[in-house]
Design a protein around this ligand. Sequence first.
Ligand code: C2R
Length: 177
Amino acid sequence: MVQAVVCIVMGSANDWPIMQGAADMLARLHIPYEVTVSSAHRAPQRTAALAREAAQRGVQVIIAGAGGAAALAGVIAAETILPVIGVPIDSSSLKGLDALLATVQMPPGVPVATVAIGQAGAANAGILAAQIVALHDAEVAARLRQYKAELAVGVEHAAAALQAQLQAQRDDPSTRR
Ligand code: C2R
């Protein structure tokens, strides 16, 4: 079995549809990862053990996703010197604003690199974890450069498609004013 380099942990299995975005990005960049559920509120001992043991197992970055009164990322960050990326999940009636504030507003001394709420944040957490790994892994760095180049090509295509659509409207007499 390949050793996980990134650990994805979430406060509930119900967070998986969002957190899968982080896993997909890591898979795309060929970074081995593991996924688990833990909760600082519901299972504090399991959460502390997971955070303390991660580095010994070879994990280099932890991604923690949680919704509501999200203590998870912060509690993990308190127990390890590994970089911790927090993903606020929009699972509560406050639509993730609660989780965003709980995750980002850490006291000085215990940082959590907090990304956007929900799906965009989960995908960005995967990319950010890869960027940390890429500092000492040239193959991951090359894949990240390729990914960025693909993003830029996507924008070129979108701009060209929009121009073609606008030109077609201008050339169509039925839409002319
Ligand atoms: P359930 O759907 O399991 O009731 O969980 C989870 O991340 C989830 O979004 C509801 C929400 O509670 C969050 N949760 C936390 C923590 N544990 C669970 N924020 C924690 O320890 O921070």
